[in-house]
Design a protein around this ligand. Sequence first.
Ligand SMILES: C[S@@+](CC[C@H](N)C(=O)[O-])C[C@H]1O[C@@H](n2cnc3c(N)ncnc32)[C@H](O)[C@@H]1O
Length: 191
Amino acid sequence: MYGLGDVRFFDRIAPLYDRVMPPADGEALAAGLDHATRPIDRLLDVGGGSGRAAAALTGPEITVVDASLGMLARAREHRDLSGVAGDAGRLPFRDGSVDAATVVDAFHHLSDQAAAIEEAARVLAPGGALVVREFDPTHPLGRALAASEHAIGMESRFRTPADLAADLAEAGFDPRIADRGFAYTVVGVRE
Ligand SMILES: C[S@@+](CC[C@H](N)C(=O)[O-])C[C@H]1O[C@@H](n2cnc3c(N)ncnc32)[C@H](O)[C@@H]1O
């Protein structure tokens, strides 16, 4: 099921979201996607919201998947992106039908993180890459971010890079920590 608390929050702030957020780090995402061992023609941006991260990527055909209709409307109307309403834990795509998936600043908002990883593994073709950009809760800025999100009632659950990499390994990915810091990137290549 959707993490309705956080999704409702994003529905409410959708009109403001892109005004307050800095652009996504396209270089870090592209470097993560480089770990795929197959060409990336089709990419899902899961929890892609208003398409902020998708807008930082060039090349593949991108579909933004999000549970917030308000955020998806921004992706469609303001960025002319293809958007599909859906839960990261029950992706409306066929097995092995995509070459890459990104989850940017969204993993900690997902109500069922294990299901989201399993679903990414299911929809990715062998050699495809799952690229997760997240925030490290052991970094001082990560601690502050977690505290501020919890203070406004969000249900965020942050994973360390090592824990997320271990979760990906358990789901059948070959994981690596591509970069570290307050924001970090973990990549899993589908075996
Ligand atoms: C902080 S926004 C990030 C949006 C975008 N990835 C970006 O980098 O700007 C988190 C997004 O996760 C979405 N989300 C939360 N839970 C979800 C779920 N279970 N399935 C799909 N999307 C979800 C929210 O609706 C929201 O758009």
